[in-house]
Unconditional design. Structure first.
Length: 291
């Protein structure tokens, strides 16, 4: 009887040879990668190497943007400090990964927050595009319409109470009608309203024009209240000083304010359009309270 080669035996041997070859290749590549990582050196576009991880010039440029470094001279002066900061961050990041700190719920939540903040920032840049610069006439009109930002700018020193806005509007009205901070403090204590008291400052040039125009009209020594975000700020003006801006800087500041306002308006419109085309469902407990 003619004997034929054991086909399956040959196949098994062949498969075993291929697996052995594959394992050897993997080992060789792994060793080669490790050797390459060990042999990485700074130079060219690489500013530093930490355990095989490169810190590149692009990393430095990204850090410079975060540090608001705009000129080449500022970048050159700060570069050594930024490299050291990136090295420290890389070392700490490696330690965190080795200890599985990148697997916890806090890391996952905060990573998502940072990623979405960055994506939102990039989306704003794309949506807004290039906004036309305000005209000379617009700048002149803005300066004329906002004297509290320029020629009549004031800085007020306040004796201020901060507390959660009472559900009963009448309580806040009675507190505001009191004559002195001492009476306000006694009333808050008697009604067991938790509060903090501090010396605060108000600048008419950095506040919304409608708010600033109302507050600067309040006579010194009279109590007034501003409520926002569920908090009430009950204050008395202790003193006020002129903080008029040097006229040579008016146009520069007006130009910046107008650009910011235009950016805000365009972004509000674009965001509104996006929200209209999105399906948004918010739990009733988190919806804004209707006035």
């Amino acid at each position: 009887m003619k004997r034929y080669p054991n086909h399956w035996g040959i196949g098994e041997n062949h498969r075993g040879w291929r697996m052995a070859t594959f394992r050897s290749t993997v080992v060789i590549l792994t060793v080669a990668a490790a050797l390459c990582a060990c042999n990485k050196k700074p130079g060219g576009q690489v500013a530093a190497v930490v355990d095989g991880q490169e810190i590149t010039d692009q990393d430095l440029r990204t850090e410079a943007v975060a540090e608001n470094l705009k000129s080449k001279a500022d970048f050159a002066a700060a570069a050594p400090m930024m490299v050291e900061k990136l090295v420290d961050r890389t070392v700490l990041s490696d330690y965190a990964r080795k200890n599985n700190l990148d697997r916890g719920p806090e890391y996952v939540a905060r990573r998502r927050q940072m990623e979405e903040n960055l994506l939102a920032y990039l989306a704003v840049r794309k949506l807004v595009g290039n906004i036309p610069s305000p005209t000379s006439a617009e700048v002149d009109r803005f300066i004329a319409e906002n004297p509290l930002m320029f020629s009549q700018r004031q800085r007020l020193t306040l004796d201020q109470f901060r507390f959660k806005t009472p559900a009963d509007a009448a309580v806040l009205k009675r507190l505001t009608a009191l004559d002195s901070p001492a009476e306000v403090e006694a009333a808050l204590r008697s009604q067991r309203i938790q509060y903090s008291r501090t010396e605060a400052f108000f600048d008419s040039g950095t506040s919304p024009a409608p708010v600033a125009s109302q507050i600067v009209k309040v006579p010194d020594g009279e109590m007034f209240n501003v409520s926002m975000g569920g908090q009430s700020f009950l204050s008395q003006i202790k003193s006020r000083t002129s903080a008029a801006v040097d006229q040579s800087k008016w146009r520069e500041q007006a130009l910046m304010a107008l650009r910011t306002a235009k950016l805000r308006n365009v972004m509000s419109q674009k965001l509104g359009d996006l929200k209209k085309s999105s399906k948004i469902d918010i739990d009733a407990a988190y919806r804004p309270k209707s006035k």
